[in-house]
Write a protein that binds this ligand. Structure first.
Ligand code: HEC
Length: 93
């Protein structure tokens, strides 16, 4: 039999460990916490009305993090955007 359990397990692991599924979300949550984003956004809730798609979300995360001089790299902006998407916007689901 060409397909055995270890091949199936290995391909499952690569899905689970892909950035959007694992590291990205917890890293995004950590950065979002560290950036103190809720100091403004607690009273200014994230809203799909202002940000209707993922590209715009990423642009706003980039804008705010630049404004705050957090020095986030592109992958950090992306991680926070995925975290906000999974938590508030749900564009991907
Ligand atoms: C000093 C206040 C302040 C802080 C801190 C701040 N923001 Fe913002 N943010 C704003 C303002 C003002 C807007 C403009 C849109 C609005 O009126 O909500 C905005 C808009 C946004 C939006 C789009 C809003 C929406 O309703 O969809 C996102 C996403 C966002 N910020 C992410 C972040 C992230 C991530 C951080 C932390 C790195 C952050 N912001 C920190 C003030 C802030």
């Amino acid at each position: 039999m060409p397909y055995n359990k270890s091949i199936i397990a290995a391909s499952l692991m690569s899905i689970i460990s892909s950035p959007v599924f694992a590291g990205d979300l917890s890293e995004g949550a950590r950065l979002h916490q560290e950036g103190n984003c809720l100091s403004c956004h607690q009273t200014r809730p994230y809203s799909k009305i202002k940000t209707p798609n993922f590209a715009k979300l990423e642009a706003r995360v980039n804008g705010c993090s630049n404004q705050l001089n957090l020095g986030w790299f592109e992958d950090e902006v992306s991680a926070v955007s995925h975290y906000l998407d999974a938590t508030y916007y749900h564009f991907s689901k």
